[in-house]
Ligand binder design. Sequence first.
Ligand code: RIB
Length: 304
Amino acid sequence: MGRVFVAGSINMDVVATADRHPRIGETVAGTALLYFPGGKGANQAISATRLGATTTLIGRLGKDAFGDQLKAFLGAQGVDLSFVQATAGAATGTAVITSANADNTIVVIAGANALVSAADVTSPVLAKGDIAVSQFEIPMPAIAAFFKRARAAGATTILNPAPATECGTALLELVDILILNETELGFLTKTELRDTDDLVRFVEAARSLPIGRGKIVCVTLGKRGVLALIDDEPRIVAGRAVKAVDTTGAGDCFVGAVAAQLAGGNSISDALEYANAAASICVQRMGAAPSMPTAAEVKALISR
Ligand code: RIB
Protein backbone atom coordinates (compact mmCIF):
# COMPACT_ATOMS: atom_id res chain seq x y z
CA MET A 1 0.00 0.00 0.00
CA GLY A 2 1.26 3.46 -0.89
CA ARG A 3 0.77 6.50 1.29
CA VAL A 4 -0.68 9.92 0.46
CA PHE A 5 1.33 13.11 1.07
CA VAL A 6 -0.50 16.42 0.68
CA ALA A 7 1.43 19.71 0.59
CA GLY A 8 -1.19 22.40 0.88
CA SER A 9 -3.24 25.03 2.62
CA ILE A 10 -5.03 24.83 5.95
CA ASN A 11 -7.79 27.39 6.55
CA MET A 12 -10.58 28.16 8.93
CA ASP A 13 -13.67 28.66 6.76
CA VAL A 14 -15.91 31.43 8.08
CA VAL A 15 -19.21 30.81 6.34
CA ALA A 16 -22.19 33.17 6.10
CA THR A 17 -25.34 31.42 4.85
CA ALA A 18 -28.11 33.38 3.15
CA ASP A 19 -31.14 32.75 0.93
CA ARG A 20 -29.29 34.34 -1.96
CA HIS A 21 -25.92 35.92 -2.70
CA PRO A 22 -25.70 39.73 -2.49
CA ARG A 23 -25.03 41.59 -5.72
CA ILE A 24 -21.99 43.92 -5.78
CA GLY A 25 -22.73 46.81 -3.42
CA GLU A 26 -25.79 45.12 -1.95
CA THR A 27 -26.42 43.92 1.63
CA VAL A 28 -28.60 40.89 2.29
CA ALA A 29 -29.72 39.38 5.60
CA GLY A 30 -27.88 36.17 6.41
CA THR A 31 -29.27 33.10 8.15
CA ALA A 32 -26.21 31.80 10.07
CA LEU A 33 -22.49 32.27 10.69
CA LEU A 34 -20.60 28.95 10.76
CA TYR A 35 -16.95 27.93 11.26
CA PHE A 36 -15.61 24.86 9.45
CA PRO A 37 -12.10 23.44 9.07
CA GLY A 38 -11.08 23.90 5.44
CA GLY A 39 -8.32 24.84 3.05
CA LYS A 40 -7.77 22.79 -0.06
CA GLY A 41 -4.76 20.93 1.34
CA ALA A 42 -6.45 20.05 4.62
CA ASN A 43 -9.68 19.03 2.85
CA GLN A 44 -7.81 16.72 0.48
CA ALA A 45 -5.85 15.20 3.36
CA ILE A 46 -9.05 14.58 5.36
CA SER A 47 -10.71 13.05 2.32
CA ALA A 48 -7.82 10.64 1.72
CA THR A 49 -7.60 9.75 5.43
CA ARG A 50 -11.32 9.05 5.85
CA LEU A 51 -11.19 6.91 2.73
CA GLY A 52 -8.53 4.70 4.25
CA ALA A 53 -5.16 6.08 3.15
CA THR A 54 -2.27 6.73 5.50
CA THR A 55 -1.97 10.46 4.94
CA THR A 56 0.62 13.10 5.82
CA LEU A 57 -0.13 16.82 5.53
CA ILE A 58 2.66 19.34 4.94
CA GLY A 59 1.72 22.94 5.68
CA ARG A 60 1.66 25.84 8.10
CA LEU A 61 -0.66 27.25 10.72
CA GLY A 62 -0.44 30.43 12.77
CA LYS A 63 0.08 30.37 16.53
CA ASP A 64 -3.49 31.41 17.25
CA ALA A 65 -6.90 30.06 18.22
CA PHE A 66 -7.86 28.99 14.68
CA GLY A 67 -4.52 27.21 14.37
CA ASP A 68 -5.11 25.31 17.62
CA GLN A 69 -8.64 24.31 16.58
CA LEU A 70 -7.53 23.14 13.14
CA LYS A 71 -4.64 21.14 14.53
CA ALA A 72 -6.96 19.40 17.01
CA PHE A 73 -9.50 18.62 14.27
CA LEU A 74 -6.94 17.28 11.79
CA GLY A 75 -5.18 15.22 14.45
CA ALA A 76 -8.46 13.70 15.62
CA GLN A 77 -9.16 12.52 12.06
CA GLY A 78 -5.87 10.63 11.99
CA VAL A 79 -3.96 12.90 9.59
CA ASP A 80 -0.19 12.78 10.27
CA LEU A 81 0.74 16.36 11.24
CA SER A 82 4.48 15.83 11.82
CA PHE A 83 5.22 18.30 9.00
CA VAL A 84 2.65 20.97 9.90
CA GLN A 85 4.46 23.88 11.53
CA ALA A 86 2.96 26.50 13.83
CA THR A 87 4.45 29.75 12.52
CA ALA A 88 5.05 32.79 14.71
CA GLY A 89 4.14 36.13 13.20
CA ALA A 90 1.56 34.89 10.71
CA ALA A 91 -2.14 34.25 11.20
CA THR A 92 -3.73 30.93 10.32
CA GLY A 93 -5.22 30.97 6.82
CA THR A 94 -8.85 32.04 6.64
CA ALA A 95 -11.50 31.70 3.95
CA VAL A 96 -14.53 33.99 4.02
CA ILE A 97 -17.34 32.12 2.29
CA THR A 98 -20.88 33.06 1.36
CA SER A 99 -23.15 30.08 0.84
CA ALA A 100 -26.58 30.30 -0.77
CA ASN A 101 -28.61 27.86 -2.89
CA ALA A 102 -25.80 25.26 -2.74
CA ASP A 103 -23.44 27.73 -4.42
CA ASN A 104 -20.61 29.68 -2.86
CA THR A 105 -18.19 32.56 -3.20
CA ILE A 106 -14.81 32.32 -1.44
CA VAL A 107 -12.20 34.92 -0.50
CA VAL A 108 -9.02 33.37 0.92
CA ILE A 109 -6.57 35.22 3.16
CA ALA A 110 -3.48 33.03 2.91
CA GLY A 111 -1.76 33.97 6.19
CA ALA A 112 0.70 31.24 7.21
CA ASN A 113 -0.04 29.25 4.03
CA ALA A 114 1.93 31.87 2.09
CA LEU A 115 5.04 30.94 4.10
CA VAL A 116 5.16 27.28 3.08
CA SER A 117 8.60 27.00 1.49
CA ALA A 118 10.67 24.61 -0.60
CA ALA A 119 12.56 23.78 2.61
CA ASP A 120 9.29 22.66 4.27
CA VAL A 121 8.87 19.81 1.80
CA THR A 122 12.39 18.38 2.11
CA SER A 123 11.89 16.30 5.30
CA PRO A 124 9.07 13.87 4.42
CA VAL A 125 10.50 10.74 2.82
CA LEU A 126 8.39 9.53 -0.10
CA ALA A 127 8.73 6.15 -1.79
CA LYS A 128 7.60 4.37 -4.94
CA GLY A 129 3.85 3.78 -4.80
CA ASP A 130 3.20 6.91 -2.74
CA ILE A 131 0.98 9.69 -4.05
CA ALA A 132 2.04 13.37 -3.77
CA VAL A 133 -0.80 15.89 -3.97
CA SER A 134 -0.76 19.68 -4.11
CA GLN A 135 -2.86 22.71 -5.12
CA PHE A 136 -2.32 26.43 -5.68
CA GLU A 137 -2.96 27.80 -2.18
CA ILE A 138 0.73 27.52 -1.21
CA PRO A 139 3.66 29.13 -3.08
CA MET A 140 4.71 27.59 -6.42
CA PRO A 141 8.38 27.02 -5.42
CA ALA A 142 7.21 24.75 -2.60
CA ILE A 143 4.94 22.79 -4.96
CA ALA A 144 7.73 22.41 -7.53
CA ALA A 145 10.24 21.23 -4.89
CA PHE A 146 7.67 18.77 -3.50
CA PHE A 147 6.91 17.26 -6.90
CA LYS A 148 10.61 17.02 -7.80
CA ARG A 149 11.24 15.03 -4.62
CA ALA A 150 8.19 12.88 -5.29
CA ARG A 151 9.33 12.17 -8.85
CA ALA A 152 12.85 11.29 -7.67
CA ALA A 153 11.31 8.80 -5.22
CA GLY A 154 9.12 7.18 -7.90
CA ALA A 155 5.88 8.54 -6.40
CA THR A 156 2.92 9.69 -8.52
CA THR A 157 2.15 13.42 -8.53
CA ILE A 158 -1.36 14.91 -8.58
CA LEU A 159 -1.87 18.64 -9.10
CA ASN A 160 -5.18 20.37 -8.47
CA PRO A 161 -4.45 23.83 -9.98
CA ALA A 162 -6.97 25.63 -7.79
CA PRO A 163 -7.59 28.48 -7.42
CA ALA A 164 -6.71 29.12 -11.07
CA THR A 165 -3.33 30.88 -11.14
CA GLU A 166 -0.67 31.44 -13.81
CA CYS A 167 1.93 28.68 -13.66
CA GLY A 168 4.83 27.79 -15.91
CA THR A 169 5.06 24.69 -18.06
CA ALA A 170 8.04 23.58 -15.92
CA LEU A 171 5.65 22.87 -13.05
CA LEU A 172 3.09 21.15 -15.27
CA GLU A 173 5.82 18.87 -16.58
CA LEU A 174 6.23 17.51 -13.03
CA VAL A 175 2.59 16.43 -12.93
CA ASP A 176 1.32 12.90 -13.63
CA ILE A 177 -2.36 13.55 -13.00
CA LEU A 178 -4.03 16.95 -13.32
CA ILE A 179 -7.44 17.31 -11.67
CA LEU A 180 -9.24 20.59 -12.37
CA ASN A 181 -12.68 22.06 -12.95
CA GLU A 182 -13.92 23.81 -16.08
CA THR A 183 -12.96 27.28 -14.81
CA GLU A 184 -9.39 26.18 -14.12
CA LEU A 185 -9.18 24.37 -17.46
CA GLY A 186 -10.44 27.50 -19.24
CA PHE A 187 -7.88 29.63 -17.38
CA LEU A 188 -4.89 27.37 -18.10
CA THR A 189 -5.80 26.96 -21.77
CA LYS A 190 -7.00 30.56 -22.29
CA THR A 191 -10.31 29.19 -23.54
CA GLU A 192 -13.77 30.43 -22.62
CA LEU A 193 -15.55 27.38 -21.19
CA ARG A 194 -19.00 27.12 -19.60
CA ASP A 195 -20.25 24.15 -17.62
CA THR A 196 -23.03 23.73 -20.22
CA ASP A 197 -20.59 23.45 -23.17
CA ASP A 198 -20.45 20.37 -25.36
CA LEU A 199 -18.01 17.82 -23.92
CA VAL A 200 -15.99 17.95 -27.14
CA ARG A 201 -14.89 21.47 -26.15
CA PHE A 202 -13.50 20.17 -22.85
CA VAL A 203 -11.70 17.33 -24.61
CA GLU A 204 -10.08 19.77 -27.03
CA ALA A 205 -9.06 22.10 -24.21
CA ALA A 206 -7.67 19.23 -22.10
CA ARG A 207 -5.67 17.97 -25.09
CA SER A 208 -4.16 21.45 -25.54
CA LEU A 209 -2.67 21.52 -22.01
CA PRO A 210 1.15 21.55 -22.11
CA ILE A 211 1.58 18.47 -19.93
CA GLY A 212 2.73 15.92 -22.47
CA ARG A 213 1.17 12.72 -23.74
CA GLY A 214 0.62 9.84 -21.39
CA LYS A 215 -0.43 12.18 -18.57
CA ILE A 216 -3.93 11.96 -17.14
CA VAL A 217 -6.28 14.96 -17.09
CA CYS A 218 -9.53 14.84 -15.10
CA VAL A 219 -12.03 17.65 -15.54
CA THR A 220 -14.66 17.75 -12.81
CA LEU A 221 -17.92 19.05 -14.24
CA GLY A 222 -20.19 19.26 -11.18
CA LYS A 223 -23.57 17.63 -11.84
CA ARG A 224 -22.36 16.35 -15.20
CA GLY A 225 -19.69 14.18 -13.57
CA VAL A 226 -16.10 13.85 -14.71
CA LEU A 227 -14.38 13.88 -18.07
CA ALA A 228 -10.95 12.24 -18.09
CA LEU A 229 -8.29 11.89 -20.74
CA ILE A 230 -6.46 8.63 -20.11
CA ASP A 231 -3.85 7.65 -22.70
CA ASP A 232 -5.36 10.54 -24.67
CA GLU A 233 -8.71 8.71 -24.82
CA PRO A 234 -11.73 10.54 -23.38
CA ARG A 235 -13.68 8.77 -20.67
CA ILE A 236 -16.85 10.02 -18.97
CA VAL A 237 -17.98 9.19 -15.46
CA ALA A 238 -21.60 10.34 -15.20
CA GLY A 239 -22.58 12.58 -12.29
CA ARG A 240 -24.85 11.11 -9.61
CA ALA A 241 -28.21 12.83 -9.14
CA VAL A 242 -28.28 14.16 -5.58
CA LYS A 243 -29.68 17.19 -3.80
CA ALA A 244 -26.63 19.37 -3.10
CA VAL A 245 -26.71 21.64 -0.06
CA ASP A 246 -23.11 22.89 -0.16
CA THR A 247 -20.52 22.21 -2.85
CA THR A 248 -17.60 23.71 -0.87
CA GLY A 249 -14.80 21.15 -0.79
CA ALA A 250 -16.43 18.74 -3.28
CA GLY A 251 -13.48 19.07 -5.66
CA ASP A 252 -11.11 18.47 -2.75
CA CYS A 253 -13.08 15.38 -1.76
CA PHE A 254 -12.65 14.11 -5.32
CA VAL A 255 -8.89 14.76 -5.35
CA GLY A 256 -8.36 13.10 -1.96
CA ALA A 257 -10.42 10.10 -3.03
CA VAL A 258 -8.45 9.62 -6.26
CA ALA A 259 -5.20 9.82 -4.27
CA ALA A 260 -6.43 7.32 -1.66
CA GLN A 261 -7.60 4.88 -4.33
CA LEU A 262 -4.34 5.04 -6.28
CA ALA A 263 -2.34 4.62 -3.06
CA GLY A 264 -4.42 1.50 -2.44
CA GLY A 265 -3.32 0.06 -5.78
CA ASN A 266 -6.56 0.64 -7.70
CA SER A 267 -6.67 1.63 -11.39
CA ILE A 268 -7.30 5.22 -12.40
CA SER A 269 -10.66 4.20 -13.94
CA ASP A 270 -11.83 2.64 -10.68
CA ALA A 271 -10.44 5.61 -8.74
CA LEU A 272 -12.51 8.05 -10.81
CA GLU A 273 -15.77 6.10 -10.30
CA TYR A 274 -15.07 5.91 -6.59
CA ALA A 275 -14.14 9.59 -6.26
CA ASN A 276 -17.26 10.61 -8.18
CA ALA A 277 -19.38 8.68 -5.66
CA ALA A 278 -17.46 10.19 -2.72
CA ALA A 279 -17.99 13.75 -4.00
CA SER A 280 -21.72 13.10 -4.41
CA ILE A 281 -21.90 12.40 -0.66
CA CYS A 282 -19.79 15.44 0.22
CA VAL A 283 -22.12 17.93 -1.53
CA GLN A 284 -25.08 16.76 0.55
CA ARG A 285 -23.50 18.16 3.74
CA MET A 286 -22.53 21.62 4.98
CA GLY A 287 -18.89 22.62 5.33
CA ALA A 288 -15.65 21.56 3.66
CA ALA A 289 -13.45 19.20 5.71
CA PRO A 290 -16.24 17.87 7.98
CA SER A 291 -18.34 16.86 4.96
CA MET A 292 -15.79 14.34 3.63
CA PRO A 293 -17.31 10.83 3.58
CA THR A 294 -15.86 7.69 5.11
CA ALA A 295 -14.89 4.58 3.14
CA ALA A 296 -17.91 2.76 4.63
CA GLU A 297 -20.27 5.45 3.32
CA VAL A 298 -18.81 5.33 -0.19
CA LYS A 299 -18.90 1.52 -0.18
CA ALA A 300 -22.55 1.54 0.85
CA LEU A 301 -23.42 4.01 -1.93
CA ILE A 302 -21.57 2.10 -4.62
CA SER A 303 -23.04 -1.26 -3.66
CA ARG A 304 -26.59 0.11 -3.65
O1 RIB B 1 -11.94 24.09 -1.98
C1 RIB B 1 -12.64 24.62 -0.87
C2 RIB B 1 -11.69 25.37 0.02
O2 RIB B 1 -11.21 26.50 -0.66
C3 RIB B 1 -12.32 25.91 1.27
O3 RIB B 1 -12.29 25.00 2.34
C4 RIB B 1 -11.54 27.19 1.52
O4 RIB B 1 -10.76 27.16 2.67
C5 RIB B 1 -10.71 27.41 0.27
O5 RIB B 1 -9.40 27.08 0.48
